[in-house]
Ligand binder design. Structure first.
Ligand SMILES: *Cc1c(COP(=O)(O)O)cnc(C)c1O
Length: 396
């Protein structure tokens, strides 16, 4: 079972302790049923539309297009969703699924706090208990998000094991799930972890490419030439790519956080610098040291500094269907500032990695070619950090 379930080429699988098998089997069975259940899908669509504000706009960025002087650029505005990013798509889906399964309690891991806030939001809406595991380091760096989660009614548990950051929070959440499967669902935040999570999270995020496809046909009567998205664990990128995988004319480009550069140790570019390994229940590519231990990763963007990548991305890379390019802190910060000035849209620093790559390739493309950039989130949360990067100390 563990050797065949949920594979993407050699990647994926279920590398988990026996004690967690019951939980993932129960989840897989429930998901297989509810994904085809008309009532479930009707309720989820209603939450997406009425609560999250979907469909998100596909916006023609005319000024950005003219400034770069090449391909026509559209922005998929996930930043306009309730709570300010694509994360709400996944948490609404998983919270509703958990509710249908009779669970009353959601647990989640969080790094910068974005997924924790989204999960706490869905729990508040659906009347569920919520516990969020967060590295102690991160609770101190992201005090505002800790406040937000508590305001929304969640309990935040600081994790002190290991490096007291995101990867330790994931491990702790998995341990807690093992101990309390009866009433608890683990709401995992990206297209990673053991099967069925990479598939479940992808399917809930696939609303992004489903909408891009129909909006593009309506506006241009054809598909784009390239879809560009940033990649942390890979959920907004997978959601943006999914319905285009079969359309070979559409280039799929994932932008990894190179941090200070892929030739330095201060990077989080998993495909560009990592190796095949097994961690957090899955086989995929991971940043590792020379002993095969998970390496500390760095990026200016807290949402992209995960040492692994979802197994389906690892497979799309292996078969050459998607490209994964590194983007440095400096390039992302320039794109953050450029999009703000040209379009009046402040992107999340994560999303700015995708904008940065578009700024490189658009000028080399033809005027009748089309690029879609997924703006995974809004950048209000990043302003103080970017100001600091530029040498200006502003108080939040
Ligand atoms: C969390 C986050 C990301 C990274 O997560 P993925 O799973 O790779 O999408 C990217 N952008 C924003 C705005 C985020 O909050």
């Amino acid at each position: 079972m563990a050797e065949t379930s949920g594979r993407f080429g050699v990647h994926g699988g279920q590398y988990i302790p026996e004690t967690l098998m019951n939980a993932v089997i129960e989840l897989e069975k429930a998901y297989d049923f509810y994904k085809n259940d008309p009532d479930f899908n009707r309720e989820l669509t209603e939450l997406f539309n009425e609560y999250a504000g979907r469909p998100s706009r596909l916006y023609y960025a005319e000024k950005l297009t003219k400034a770069l002087g090449g391909a026509k650029i559209y922005l998929k505005r996930e930043d306009l969703n309730h709570t300010g990013s694509h994360k709400i798509n996944n948490v609404l889906g998983q919270a509703l699924l958990a509710k249908k399964m009779g669970k009353t309690r959601l647990i989640a891991e969080t790094g910068a706090g974005q997924h924790g806030v989204a999960t706490a939001t869905a729990a508040a809406l659906l009347n569920m208990e919520c516990v969020v595991f967060m590295g102690k380091e991160d609770t101190e760096r992201q005090a505002l998000n800790v406040y937000r989660m508590r305001l929304l009614g969640a309990e935040v548990i600081p994790v002190t094991t290991g490096t007291a950051t995101l990867k330790d929070a994931v491990s702790e959440a998995m341990r807690e799930w093992t101990a309390r499967i009866d009433d608890t669902h683990y709401c995992l935040g990206s297209v990673m972890g053991p099967h069925p999570f990479p598939t479940i999270v992808r399917d809930f995020q696939a609303v992004i490419s489903r909408e891009i496809k129909s909006q593009m046909l309506e506006k241009e009567g054809r598909f784009p030439d390239a879809v560009i998205a940033c990649v942390g664990g890979g959920s907004n990128a997978m959601g943006s790519f999914y319905h285009f995988i079969g359309d070979e004319s559409v280039r799929l480009i994932g932008c990894e956080a190179a941090g200070r550069g892929i030739d330095t140790f201060e990077t989080a570019a998993t495909i560009n610098t990592g190796r095949l390994g097994i961690f957090h229940g899955m086989k995929s590519y991971f940043c590792q040291d020379k002993y095969g231990q998970i390496a500390p990763v760095y990026s200016i963007s807290a949402g992209l500094d995960y040492p692994g990548i979802g197994p389906e991305h690892a497979h799309l890379h292996d078969i050459g269907r998607a490209e994964y390019v590194p983007v440095t802190d400096e390039e992302a910060v320039e794109a953050f500032e450029f999009l703000s000035k040209t379009e009046g849209i402040i992107p999340a620093i994560e999303s700015a990695h995708a904008v940065a790559h578009a700024m490189k390739i658009a000028p080399q493309m033809d005027k009748n070619q089309i690029i879609v950039i997924t703006v995974s989130g809004r950048g209000d949360k990043d302003c103080a950090a970017i100001a600091r990067y530029r040498g200006e100390d502003i108080h939040e």
